[in-house]
Design a protein around this ligand. Structure first.
Ligand SMILES: Cc1cc2nc3c(=O)[nH]c(=O)nc-3n(C[C@H](O)[C@H](O)[C@H](O)COP(=O)(O)OP(=O)(O)OC[C@H]3O[C@@H](n4cnc5c(N)ncnc54)[C@H](O)[C@@H]3O)c2cc1C
Length: 291
């Protein structure tokens, strides 16, 4: 593809993507987080970026998160941060990743911020769980995402709940093989429902992270039968009409707010999740070409 064509496509993609992203800078993320707080939600901020292998890039990312947690406290933002293991060394060694995560979590703990560890593709699941359990022994304000599309997750959740782990349940955003993962929407939803029930029967301080009304209604129904400390989590810019309704009904919500210039992989995952977004992209492209 000619470079001016790819620049053009990137510009159109960005026009769609900016609904999900606070902006390029930490300041914009903090503004977005304050807006979420004002609307009754906690904020979970993520610096965009993944699969980092350069030492400098990784150390810059760690410094950025350290500054971010200080700024969260200084700006009196209620919420925390969410980190992808491959941003902080997982693509190099598990030890690098653990050391870097611990630096950030230590600072976050002293700043009273909660830290979530995002779950990436299944090649990292074992090491992410290992790191989580190791750090969770020392830091209790630490949670981890698990993915309903993976066949292994039911067993993982059983084991994690025995450790009292703080879980964010998601459907899973990464392309996985048939061997490891449920592939149809029906199968993934069925497993999400099963895992939600497990959380409501044995979990505490967990997050139901979905935009799916069916899954949200199930959690609401389960919460009436078994009282648990839990929250809904949704991404910035998605289901904005539903968020105030849930808050008004007394539920806690956190909004996941990404920022930074590396917005493309995150945005492509969001686009793939919704055919309507692809259509929107198409119409935006056509519109700007005045066809
Ligand atoms: C807070 C949070 C953190 C996450 N962290 C991770 C992580 O660490 N690892 C990971 O693999 N994945 C993560 N994800 C992404 C997740 O795995 C899914 O890919 C994503 O949430 C889409 O799945 P869904 O549950 O919303 O349901 P889907 O099956 O994608 O959608 C169900 C329904 O929700 C509604 N909906 C969905 N998207 C939109 C939209 N854009 N606009 C309007 N309505 C919409 C529609 O009604 C749709 O039919 C996270 C998601 C959230 C909300």
């Amino acid at each position: 593809m000619e470079s001016h064509e790819s620049t053009l496509i990137e510009k159109f993609l960005f026009r769609i993507a900016k609904q999900w992203i606070a902006g390029d800078t930490m300041d914009e993320a903090l503004q977005s987080a304050k807006a979420a707080n004002k609307n009754g939600m906690n904020a979970v901020i993520n610096k965009l970026g993944e699969h980092m292998t350069s030492k400098d890039q990784i150390s810059d990312t760690v410094s950025e998160y350290l500054t971010l947690v200080s700024n969260l406290r200084r700006s009196k933002v209620s919420g925390g941060i969410s980190i992808k293991p491959t941003q902080v060394g997982m693509s190099k060694t598990i030890e690098d990743c653990m050391t870097n995560l611990e630096k950030i979590i230590e600072k976050a703990t002293s700043s009273q911020s909660f830290v979530w560890i995002d779950m990436e593709s299944s090649e990292y699941t074992d090491n992410t769980i290992k790191i989580y359990l190791n750090l969770f022994e020392k830091y209790e304000r630490l949670g981890m995402a698990i993915q309903a599309n993976l066949k292994r997750t039911e067993q993982d959740l059983e084991m994690l709940l025995e450790h009292g782990a703080k879980i964010r349940l998601v459907k899973g955003a990464y392309r996985e093989s048939k061997k490891n993962a449920y592939k149809t929407r029906h199968e993934v939803d069925e497993n999400y429902e099963k895992l939600t029930k497990m959380l409501f029967s044995c979990g505490n301080e967990f997050a139901i992270a979905t935009h799916d009304s069916k899954m949200i209604d199930l959690a609401i129904n389960l919460s009436k039968k078994s009282e648990r400390k839990f929250e809904f989590q949704m991404l910035k810019g998605i289901r904005d009409e539903l968020k105030p309704v849930l808050i008004k009904s007394g539920f806690s919500i956190s909004e996941y707010i990404p920022y930074g210039t590396n917005w493309l992989p995150y945005s492509i995952r969001r686009l793939k999740e919704r055919k309507r977004n692809i259509l929107l992209l198409g119409s935006s492209f056509l519109h700007s070409h005045r066809v």
